[in-house]
Ligand binder design. Structure first.
Ligand SMILES: [Mg+2]
Length: 381
């Protein structure tokens, strides 16, 4: 079996309501659908996060196609290594392991989908088998005001989520109001986590965490600048609340540095940072050796990433129970089957084969049209 073609299609699936975080506002999931075709008729599905420019990611994957066509998809690890070397290392000045994760994630997950479909096995079976039956996700309420967020948080707590996660870093007074109102709305039993997305200095983080601690915070995610392991370690050393590294960790080397410096109690990472399933598992294993857990990160993605993450997470012994779920933000998903809606904040491990999903071709066409219209309006394709 040989790879015969890699087809890519830019899509934009609008969100139900604006996604507000410390760095700005996002209105939809801009992704690049990746379809890896083989000479015996298998089509593997994946997706890349394609913001801010789908054309840019598409151009890189066109170069990767030149390396992959004619090769066996079971050469996944070697192919990804060759693609990284050719696209990012040969020219020296553009060595970019973090950006390469965004470029290669969709291709790598599509290769796993091909391997699963070719063998009639779920990806988690190819990875050694599931060590759990379901993945647990946090409730992720959205809103402009503390009242809106607290109201949605209550609905999510009632729907069965054990962990509620909110974005802060939007201004100290508003942050405190959000945490206070969300805690009041979800009651004392649910675990409450917050993410200030690098928006605080160590001093400000110490002050905010001290003030928020009275609302029984379970964890604070990436409070400080993502370039600095030492800043996070400094916050953690004096924090009464557990600290997570998110934007600090893209590669296995990042994970090693965070573990070595004891900078975090938890590592949050996603397929679009690691560059796919194989490298994500390396990160998880490094964290496991340090005795800490891994939490699935979410980006502006569709059910394709949910399915791929589900397959991989099924195999991780050190998976956290408050993982990030993004599908509820979408006006519609491009996955037809299976139903990816959560039950009691959980999703069963998908049976496969491959990633275990079937695309909704009408929904894909609609999202492709939205991307084209948005490109015409914004000039950003
Ligand atoms: Mg985060």
């Amino acid at each position: 079996m040989k790879i015969s073609r890699i087809k890519t299609t830019p899509l934009l699936v609008p969100y139900k309501k604006p996604y507000i975080w410390a760095q700005g506002v996002v209105h939809g999931a801009g992704v690049l659908l990746v379809e890896v075709h083989t000479d015996d008729g298998i089509v593997g599905i994946g997706e890349c996060v394609a913001t801010p420019s789908a054309v840019a990611i598409q151009s890189y994957l066109k170069l990767a196609e030149g390396i992959c066509v004619g090769r066996d998809p079971f050469e996944d690890t070697r192919l990804m290594g060759e693609c990284y070397h050719t696209l990012f290392q040969v020219f020296g000045t553009i060595s970019a392991p973090r950006f390469s994760g965004q470029v290669f994630a969709g291709l790598e997950m599509a290769l796993w989908d091909v391997m699963g479909k070719a063998t009639g096995r779920a990806v988690h079976e190819l990875l050694g088998g599931a060590v759990r039956d379901e993945i647990a996700y946090f409730g992720f309420p959205q809103g402009e005001t503390a009242e809106e967020i607290a109201s949605e948080a209550r609905e999510m707590a009632d729907a069965g989520h054990d962990v509620i996660y909110v974005k802060v870093g939007r201004g100290d007074a508003l942050d405190l109001d959000i945490v206070k109102q969300v805690r009041a709305s979800i009651g004392p039993e649910k675990r409450l986590r917050m993410d200030s997305n690098e928006h605080w200095s160590p001093v400000r983080a110490a002050r905010m965490i001290r003030k928020m601690a009275e609302f029984d915070i379970d964890m604070v995610e990436q409070p400080t600048n993502a370039e600095s392991v030492s800043a996070l370690a400094q916050v953690r050393a004096n924090s009464p609340v557990a600290i997570a590294a998110d934007q600090l960790v893209f590669t296995p080397y990042d994970a090693y540095n965070v573990c070595r410096e004891k900078a975090a109690d938890l590592i949050v990472v996603g397929l679009h940072e690691s560059g796919g399933i194989a490298r994500f598992r390396k990160i998880a294993h490094i964290a496991e050796a340090a005795g800490i857990d891994i939490c699935l990160h979410g980006l502006y993605e569709t059910g394709i990433t949910t399915a791929a993450s589900n397959q991989m997470a099924a195999t991780l012994s050190n998976l956290d129970d408050g993982n990030q779920f993004m599908n509820h933000l979408l006006q519609w998903d491009i996955v037809k089957k299976p139903d990816l809606a959560l039950r009691d904040g959980r999703l069963a491990v998908l049976p496969g084969p491959g990633l275990g999903l079937e695309l909704d071709t009408d929904a894909v066409a609609r999202a492709a049209e939205v991307h084209i219209k948005d490109s015409e309006n914004t000039g950003c394709s």
